[in-house]
Design a protein around this ligand. Structure first.
Ligand SMILES: Cc1ncc(COP(=O)(O)O)c(C=O)c1O
Length: 423
């Protein structure tokens, strides 16, 4: 056996030595998430380290290509998180080098119920977020409320499919068309989800995804922006790496414009360092092969939860998948309808005591978070549904490794709690 084989075997053995995360009724633990990677990815990561080619290069390009091929996206520009992907999109869309660029003070319509870093990059680019309430069934921004939010300053809609559930894209696209608005998609929770057989991320000018540890697949931290616009993709390659032209596909376009500069050290825009690394891309390449299986498991798990909990609809409402859409279930959310018998915190405490992890629904109503007071923003209408979900919602894990026994345990504990509280 050569050293490489010995190393790979050692990694496999160490992985097998890990404490099992299989559900055990004698010591029940049901986490919100379990890793999507195993010894295969650790070996790929380690082997990439051993090549010493670690900073962004050919593996990253291969990873971007494979992700785009899988979902028929035109161009992919990966980076170091879903938050960075949002920052990169907004940064490029506001660049003076981008055609029809967004300008300081322009308003961007987005859902109040979302994650913080949907909103912060909007603010960071000098744009003004306009919060719209969500629909209580789908949890997505209510498309019937979008037109009321439009002002003379509105330039774009930032749509966010929440918890794997696609937005009503026909409505959103027709509003964009009618009012000449750009569509930007934050798909960080919704990899592989479809509306009318078209994948989320392919409806707008540009879209983001996250490969954070608890998402559908992971590169530990990581994200990607996708677009069919080659110029935007090239701009993202520039902004991702220092404002530098080094990693664009068509470097001559820029070096011919600025012949007096060293072509390797030409900066044409402001920028960041948002790069992902080669070992992460090496593990990501393996993860892409596993996405379909992971998504199937999440969908089957959500079905099992529904089947077991449907009878509790006097107490809870559940996320309803958008019509003509396929949901890829980021978590299993439940909203307590009222606190006549118990509160959200009481049931969560009971579940937590019994080894079942719970969490709030994303960041709740972002317009209520203290950070929001520091910045210019606008609220369109009332945000009652987002408040209701923030105050009464929680979710449990629906991840790829959840067993039928674990789901039965969770649903059994929910029913037990109700029988204790409702006489
Ligand atoms: C809607 C949404 N946008 C952006 C992000 C940020 O992704 P990341 O955690 O990879 O930075 C998340 C994270 O879960 C998210 O849910």
């Amino acid at each position: 056996m050569n050293n490489k084989e010995k190393l790979e075997n050692a990694i496999k053995n160490c992985w097998d030595d890990n404490e099992s995360n299989e559900f055990n009724i004698d010591n029940p633990v049901v986490r919100l998430h379990e890793p999507t990677f195993n010894a295969d990815e650790i070996i790929a990561f380690t082997n990439q380290m051993l090549t010493t080619r670690v900073t962004m290069g050919e593996k990253v390009k291969e990873f971007e290509k494979k992700y785009c091929n899988k979902y028929s996206y035109g161009h992919g520009v990966s980076n170091n998180s879903g938050s960075s992907a949002n920052l990169l999109m907004l940064s490029v869309l506001t660049s003076k080098l981008t055609k029809d660029n967004l300008k300081k003070g322009d308003e961007i319509i987005l859902p109040a119920l979302t994650w913080s870093t949907t909103v912060w990059p909007v603010i960071q680019m000098g744009l003004v977020p306009v919060y719209v309430d969500c629909d209580l069934n789908t949890f997505n921004m209510d498309s019937n409320k979008i037109e009321d939010a439009i002002s003379e300053k509105t330039r774009a809609i930032f749509s966010v499919p929440i918890y794997g559930n696609p937005c009503e894209m026909d409505d959103i696209l027709s509003i964009c068309k009618k009012h000449n608005l750009m569509l930007i998609e934050d798909c960080c929770e919704s990899m592989g989800a479809k509306f009318k057989d078209k994948y989320v991320g392919s409806f707008g000018r540009i879209a983001s995804f996250s490969f954070y540890y608890s998402h559908h697949i992971t590169t530990l931290e990581g994200g990607i922006c996708v677009t069919n616009d080659h110029d935007l993709a090239e701009m993202m390659r520039i902004v991702r790496a220092h404002g530098w032209v080094r990693q664009v596909e068509n470097r001559e376009k820029w070096t011919n414009l600025y012949k007096d500069f060293d072509p390797k050290f030409l900066f044409v825009n402001d920028g960041y360092n948002l790069r992902i690394t080669e070992p992460q891309a090496a593990m990501g390449l393996l993860q892409i092969d596993k996405i379909d299986g992971f998504i199937k498991s999440r969908q089957n798990n959500a079905k099992k939860y529904f089947a077991e909990l449907e009878s509790l609809s006097d107490f809870f409402s559940f996320q309803i998948t958008t019509k003509n859409a396929e949901n890829t279930h980021f978590g299993f959310p439940m909203i307590l309808k009222n606190d006549d018998f118990f509160t959200r915190n009481e049931i969560c405490e009971f579940l937590n005591k019994n080894g079942i992890e719970t969490r709030p629904i994303i960041a709740g109503n972002l317009a209520r978070q203290p950070a929001n007071d520091l910045f210019e923003h606008r609220v369109s209408g009332k945000l009652n549904n987002s408040d209701h979900i923030m105050d009464n919602g929680f979710s449990v894990g629906v991840h790829q490794s959840l067993s039928g026994d674990a789901i039965n345990y969770v649903t059994g504990k929910i029913k037990e709690f109700i029988s204790l509280r409702v006489k």
